[in-house]
Design a protein around this ligand. Structure first.
Ligand SMILES: NC(=O)c1ccc[n+]([C@@H]2O[C@H](COP(=O)([O-])OP(=O)(O)OC[C@H]3O[C@@H](n4cnc5c(N)ncnc54)[C@H](O)[C@@H]3O)[C@@H](O)[C@H]2O)c1
Ligand SMILES: O=C(O)C(=O)C[C@@H](O)[C@H](O)[C@H](O)COP(=O)(O)O
Ligand SMILES: [Zn+2]
Length: 359
């Protein structure tokens, strides 16, 4: 195994490690140590299972484990699939000391995590992320959820994993479009919290697209450090954690309006960040020059930066109103103050939001 980087999410008695390195899935002992009871259920999808499930099964030798291999994609992050996970846990006879293991991207992680939060009111949970997006964002922090046709992640719970093992060798089989979608969330950390990292991303964009292992490992480690710090300071999103939603009020509205079959989450977030940055510049809160830098970097990473055709501003605005940051029905947005800084804003005039949606 090559170099393993290790970070910790500091949550007191619930603190947990994030390990990042090539070949981690072959460290069966590391995974087995996080499965204290007799029962484990591995949740994965049909794209991931043929490549990686056997290694997880080998690590669970001696345990009573089940596996659930779901169809892939955002359209499967549903209450119906949540029911399938519940049924699989029941079939396994999983007791309160059971562990749910998510092997896959953010869809599998969010769904399996929500199941772990609910089965017998909460059982153990381990994240084995296999997409860049899951390694840099969704596997860390304990936000778990499923989508409704009305909106993204509307049904969910905070439920932290007991460990995150990111085997970066799994990225070798990840399709290019999915890798690029993950890069959008990487750019988010630079945009909201770390101008030096943003500069580094500008300097390393081509290396990241070319899957240079060192560049990817660095991007994952820096992203996880930011996410772990924010989660440790504000686990349940009372303040600072809301900044991780930069671009998401727009992005989630796009995903929902497209029936979860259009832009990928990371792509929608890329568009959403550019819209939020433009809105911020329109309102005099962010320099136009930084907005241009953000859009240029995302374009260099081959991500979309404009709304896909055919979406109506009215429909998107209506979707945005169901965002979870709203208070008493009033929308709150994450606005940008320029590179490295963002803030929560309420009372943003609807006309200004409509203007960026219609531009
Ligand atoms: N909980 C959080 O904090 C959080 C953060 C960000 C995003 N999310 C959620 O994550 C989801 C998006 O996650 P995603 O981008 O990982 O998408 P995904 O889970 O749909 O995975 C992307 C695609 O890649 C395939 N795949 C996964 N790993 C692979 C591998 N190593 N090789 C080949 N194919 C592979 C999957 O089967 C799928 O088709 C969204 O639902 C989003 O809302 C959650
Ligand atoms: O961890 C967080 O907090 C985030 O907001 C990370 C986002 O990238 C992620 O997409 C998250 O699932 C969005 O959360 P939601 O609460 O808006 O559904
Ligand atoms: Zn996201």
């Amino acid at each position: 195994m090559s170099t393993v980087r290790e970070l910790q999410v500091e949550l007191g008695a619930r603190a947990y490690p994030i390990r990042i390195g090539r070949g981690l899935l072959d460290d069966g002992a590391g995974l087995a140590a996080r499965v204290p009871g007799r029962h484990a259920l591995v949740v994965t999808d049909r794209n991931v299972a043929p490549h990686y499930l056997a290694r997880v099964e080998a690590a669970l030798a001696g345990k009573s484990f089940g596996k659930l291999v779901l169809p892939p994609g955002e359209q499967e992050k549903t209450l119906a699939r949540f029911g399938d996970v519940m049924a699989a846990l029941a079939a396994l006879g999983a007791s309160r000391d059971a562990t749910v293991i998510a092997l896959g991207g953010g869809v599998v992680g969010d769904l399996a995590g929500f199941a772990a939060a609910c089965w017998m009111r909460g059982v153990g949970f381990v994240q084995l992320p296999t997409t860049l997006l899951a390694m840099v964002d969704s596997s860390v922090g304990g936000k778990t959820a499923v989508d409704l046709p009305q909106g993204k992640n509307l049904v969910g719970a905070f439920h932290q994993p007991s460990a995150v093992f990111a085997d970066t060798a799994t990225l070798d089989t990840l399709p290019g479009r999915e890798l690029r979608a993950g890069l959008a969330e990487v750019v988010k950390y630079g945009a909201i919290a770390d101008p030096v990292f943003f500069d580094w991303l500008e300097a390393n964009a081509e290396a990241l697209l070319a899957r240079d292992p060192e560049a990817l490992a660095e991007a994952i480690a820096v992203s996880c450090a930011h996410k772990a710090g924010i989660v440790a300071r504000d686990e349940t999103e009372q303040g600072e954690r809301m900044l991780l939603n930069f671009g998401h009020t727009f992005g989630h509205a796009i995903e929902t309006e497209q029936g979860y079959g259009g832009l990928l989450h990371g792509e929608a977030v890329a568009v959403g960040m550019v819209l939020a940055a433009r809105l911020s510049a329109d309102l005099g809160r962010a320099p136009w020059s930084d907005t241009a830098r953000l859009a240029t970097l995302l374009e260099r990473l081959e991500l979309p930066v404009a709304l896909p055709p055919g979406l109506s501003g009215d429909a998107l605005l209506a979707r945005m109103k169901l965002d979870k940051k709203a208070v008493s029905g009033a929308l709150r947005l994450i606005l940008w103050s320029g590179l490295g800084r963002a803030e929560v804003a309420s009372a943003v005039p609807e006309a200004d939001i409509r203007a960026v949606l219609d531009a």
